[in-house]
Design a binder for this molecule. Structure first.
Ligand code: SF4
Length: 403
């Protein structure tokens, strides 16, 4: 399918909207009161530090809502205002944050159900308004909604679109897009829908496996079993790894995406010689600034003496999970929670360890003076961070001393 031509015609359609509807100011006031926090602003102004009694909070210097998410949420609110009576759907969670998604439900914005692994679009009718979330939607979904005569409000983050454009460039030159990401993540599913040939690698270990195969060949059956759900239909590792372009899920750990890019570059150089590299390998930087800033702030924070970390964000939020990896790798106790409700009652916390299921930790806040590092993922409103901090203070029965 000519995805480029389809997108061009979609963008020209009167049923397609990717800018706001002129209610920005009104919506900004509502968003401010619903999601922003005076306490968090106070901590920011106080050099990202707040001490109350025995508790010192150290906030990462970049955290929380990124502009892409803020933009998507604002557009969803504007959509409700602009279409007050229409049925409104979102093809997926607008962002990976339970409180924001709940708030939209209260505004009668419905989410498309997933049945047996597939989204059930049968509920969507002509004239309905359908919002595409910040991490995008597949070409197939866009086409289906367009054919149904829906009004499409596209909140796809421009950084994600940038990756899609990169994939289009790979396709034009008949390159395979090697995508660093999670093959089940909505953004990667959307990105791969723009590719002709693609292979998704999760980490360095998988990238190394692919590179070994490129250099030395190997067991094709084993390769295909390993990547059966992470490659394009009809993918053949013997012929489809001769020309590779790098793409990424925008929320992966930046250092890992870079390492994977370098590894592939070295491998292709070794196989085809430096003079021929440009005919076999392409790489553009498509890591979004927001992800990078949050990761860098986390690297700085874990250099400090922290007794523990609390990382706040949706459990299916990729960028939050990557933030959680950083303290864990340094041996700092870190609790990943998705809302302040996971804290208490009493000195307990329900949290999700990396790669594990939810579990409860008792007596998680030690006695005496403690320094608690806090960060939050790109889809977490400041209000949620404030609530978590308030719970921590409450648990330690702190009395307020700012400084
Ligand atoms: S994390 Fe980056 S790519 Fe994702 S929505 Fe935010 S700004 Fe856009």
């Amino acid at each position: 399918m000519d995805t480029k031509a389809f997108k061009r015609s979609l963008h020209n359609s009167e049923n397609y909207h990717r800018k706001g509807f002129g209610h920005e100011a009104e919506v900004a006031t509502v968003l401010q009161s619903e999601y922003q926090s005076n306490l968090i602003q106070q901590i920011r102004d106080n050099n990202y530090r707040l001490q109350r009694g025995d508790v010192t909070i150290r906030l990462a210097e970049a955290f929380g809502f990124c502009w892409g998410v803020e933009r998507a949420v604002a557009m969803a609110y504007e959509t409700r205002k602009h279409f007050p009576t229409e049925q409104i759907w979102v093809t997926n969670e607008i962002i990976h944050n339970p409180s924001v998604n709940q708030r939209l439900r209260e505004m009668q914005v419905e989410f498309i159900d997933v049945k047996e692994g597939n989204k059930d679009f049968s509920v969507v009718g002509a004239g309905d308004v359908v919002i595409l979330p910040a991490f995008g939607a597949t070409v197939g979904e866009m086409q289906l909604l367009n054919d149904k005569g829906c009004k499409i409000v596209d909140t796809t983050c421009p950084w994600v679109s940038k990756v899609w454009n990169t994939v289009e460039k790979h396709k034009k030159k008949n390159y395979t897009s090697l995508i660093h990401g999670k093959y089940k993540h909505e953004e990667t599913i959307a990105t791969s829908s723009f590719a002709d040939k693609y292979l998704v690698v999760l980490n360095m270990a998988e990238a190394q496996y692919v590179c070994d195969y490129i250099l030395n060949g190997g067991d094709k059956g084993e390769f295909m079993a390993k990547f059966s759900r992470a490659c394009s239909d009809g993918f053949d590792p013997d012929t489809d790894l001769e020309q590779i372009g790098i793409a990424n899920q925008t929320t992966m750990l930046k250092s890992e995406t870079e390492q994977i890019g370098k590894l592939l570059e070295r491998t292709m150089m070794q196989k085809y010689g430096p003079a021929n590299l440009s005919e076999h390998f392409q790489s553009f930087n498509t890591i979004c600034d927001a992800t990078q800033e949050r990761q860098d702030a986390m690297f700085n924070l874990v250099e400090e003496k922290l007794d523990l970390m609390v990382v706040i964000g949706g459990f299916n939020s990729s960028n939050t999970t990557h933030l959680q990896e950083i303290p864990i790798e340094r041996g700092i106790i870190s609790y990943h929670i998705d809302s302040a409700d996971r804290i208490g009652p009493g000195n307990r916390i329900e949290h999700k360890p990396l790669g594990g299921d939810l579990q409860v930790a008792d007596n998680w806040l030690p006695d005496g003076p403690i320094v608690v590092g806090i960060t939050s993922g790109a889809s977490t409103p400041d209000k949620v961070v404030e609530e978590a901090i308030a719970k921590i203070f409450e648990l330690k029965s702190a009395t307020a001393v700012v400084g």
